[in-house]
Design a protein. Structure first.
Length: 53
């Protein structure tokens, strides 16, 4: 993803990036939490607008 730098700690090996498994799992957990918060916010907005969700 261009424009999103250093979201996951990594090291460069030639043209490749190497990341630790634990760092990847922490990133996934962070993204899941952000996604869940966004879904909750959308559900609250839908309830406020009486959209039937």
């Amino acid at each position: 993803m261009r424009g999103r730098k250093n979201l996951i700690p990594h090291r460069r090996v030639d043209p490749h990036r190497r990341i630790l498994f634990q760092d990847m799992m922490e990133y996934n957990l962070r993204m899941d939490r952000q996604r869940l918060a966004a879904f909750k916010k959308l559900a609250e907005q839908a309830e406020e607008l009486d959209m039937g969700y």
